[in-house]
Each structure stands twice: as C-alpha cells, then as structure tokens.
Design a protein around this ligand. Structure first.
Ligand code: FES
Length: 106
C-alpha cells in the first residue's frame, strides 16, 4: 500500500491506496496524484480534465518528492503561470505516484 496525504486548510487527509490495483479515472495521467484523488474521493480541482492545460490541480509537495515521476518540460512551462508556484510545486494531473507522498493544496 502507498500512503498519499492531501493537506488542505491545515487538515491532513491520508489515504492508503494500492497503486497496482487502482482503476484509471480517465483524468490526467494514469496513477497520477489526480488519479489517486479521484479514486479516493478527494475533491481536487482539475478544470482542463487533466491535460496540463490549466493550473487548477497545482499542489505543493511537502514530503516524497522523490516518489513522483520527473517534472517534464510541458508541466514546467504550465507551472510557470501558476499562482503561488514554489520549487516544490507540481501539477497533480502529471505527477505519477511511485511511493508515499504528502502534498498541500495551495
Ligand atoms: Fe489542468 Fe492539471 S487539471 S493542469
């Protein structure tokens, strides 16, 4: 099991998920933070449907940066326009989960 924790308004919501057995929710990359959120029922915004075309799924990774797929150029370009972007920012629809992660919804 992999633990994915979403932090929102100071409240931590941890979810234990089986990444190998998780159905794809058809928004964002398969196995992404957005895919996890949709599977567990966490309300993560995703206005463009997970196509790296908005920034509503912007999250700030607090722990487990090494447990996410690499940031690619398309995601980095899109993040440049996000409000409140930090060096630990990712687009939840693009970051594929590979291990325990804690991320904050800014
Ligand atoms: Fe639009 Fe992730 S949902 S960039």
């Amino acid at each position: 099991m992999t633990r994915v924790t979403f932090l929102q308004n100071g409240v931590a919501k941890p979810y234990d998920v089986n990444l190998d057995d998780m159905p794809y929710q058809r928004h964002g990359r398969r196995g992404s933070l957005l895919d996890v959120a949709l599977n567990v029922g966490f309300p993560l915004e995703h206005a463009c449907g997970g196509n790296a075309a908005c920034t509503t799924c912007h999250v700030i990774v607090r722990e487990g940066m090494d447990h996410l797929s690499e940031l690619d150029d398309e995601e980095a370009d899109r993040l440049d326009g996000a409000w409140g972007v930090t060096p630990r920012s990712r687009l939840a629809c693009q970051a594929i989960v590979k291990g325990d992660v804690t991320c904050e919804i800014p």
